[in-house]
Design a protein around this ligand. Structure first.
Ligand SMILES: C[S@@+](CC[C@H](N)C(=O)[O-])C[C@H]1O[C@@H](n2cnc3c(N)ncnc32)[C@H](O)[C@@H]1O
Length: 270
């Protein structure tokens, strides 16, 4: 499988000059993609594993955008962990996005209104930290900093990406995803007057197509993730880079970090 060279291309929705409604439109598309591909389900066993290992029953989701998979995952685990709750957060928070969730999904979810920088998480936030579909936003030095802030404070962390930086696996199959997400967002995101207009023009599909391409080109390979985790080693803290071998709907990449006397960094393909 051809792995492409990593390029840290810009994404529109990362830029401070990007109008808030376009930023929201793009993160609504990411959220829609998680929902209709069902890839969020592949994260459930990893989240459950980290909650079980650490005894945590709260999640601080970083870089939540328009909500992402965390509310669905928490709902899926609620039967076994009824006290489980999640705080969503972002550098550009979109608290109104939870309004589009069904009441049973919303029951265990709160979206922090103040900006939370994933690179400077206030120490008072406890629980398991999660990052869905956003780790590629960070350059290597920042990515190491994000990992270190977890390992240095002994907080468990789970980072997930579902795209891969390969030609066949990632550039060609997402064509459908790029086409569909702006349409699915009409049902999965809050109603906005500008959405049908900017989808038809088509501003939203064009921005989403570019940001999706840039996302793929910025995604770290499992070997690169191991290299980043090596830089964030801490005594009594273990990193596992878990990579689903499959190409199909089961695929997901997870970096799991948790306190463990074994310590170390391991690549686990399953
Ligand atoms: C691709 S979106 C992913 C959103 C969501 N997690 C999901 O999977 O649907 C990336 C998000 O990361 C946020 N982000 C980028 N840099 C950040 C930072 N330093 N701290 C917190 N959030 C950040 C962006 O604002 C954006 O909402």
């Amino acid at each position: 499988m051809t792995t492409l060279p990593r390029l840290h291309l810009f994404e529109f929705h990362d830029q401070t000059w990007c109008p808030a409604l376009l930023r929201e439109a793009v993160t609504d598309c990411v959220n829609a993609a998680w929902t209709f591909t069902g890839f969020w389900r592949n994260a459930v066993p990893h989240v459950e594993d980290l909650l079980e290992r650490t005894g945590e029953r709260s999640i601080l989701d970083l870089c939540s955008g328009s909500g992402g998979p965390a509310p669905r995952i928490v709902h899926a685990l609620a039967g076994r962990m009824p006290e489980l709750r999640v705080e969503l957060s972002d550098l550009f928070p979109k608290p109104a996005s939870v309004d589009a969730l069904s009441p049973e999904l919303r029951a265990r979810v709160h979206y922090l209104e103040q900006p939370v920088d994933a690179l400077a998480v206030p120490a008072e936030f406890a629980g398991l930290r999660t990052v869905f579909g956003a780790f590629h936003h960070f350059r290597p030095a920042e990515a190491i900093e994000l990992l270190r802030s977890a390992s240095g404070s002994g907080r468990p962390l789970a980072v997930f990406e579902f795209q891969r930086r390969t030609l066949l696996r990632s550039i060609i199959p997402p064509m459908g995803l790029v086409g569909l997400s702006p349409l699915v967002a009409h049902w999965t995101a809050p109603r906005r007057w500008w959405r049908p207009l900017l989808t038809a023009v088509p501003v939203i599909p064009a921005l989403w197509a570019w940001d999706s391409f840039a996302t793929i080109m910025r995604t770290y390979t499992p070997a690169e993730l191991v290299g980043l985790a090596e830089q964030a080693r801490a005594p009594g803290y273990r990193w596992e880079v878990r990579e689903a071998r499959g190409d199909g709907p089961e695929r997901i990449t997870c970096i799991a970090g948790f306190p463990d006397p074994r310590g170390g960094v391991e690549l686990i393909e399953y």
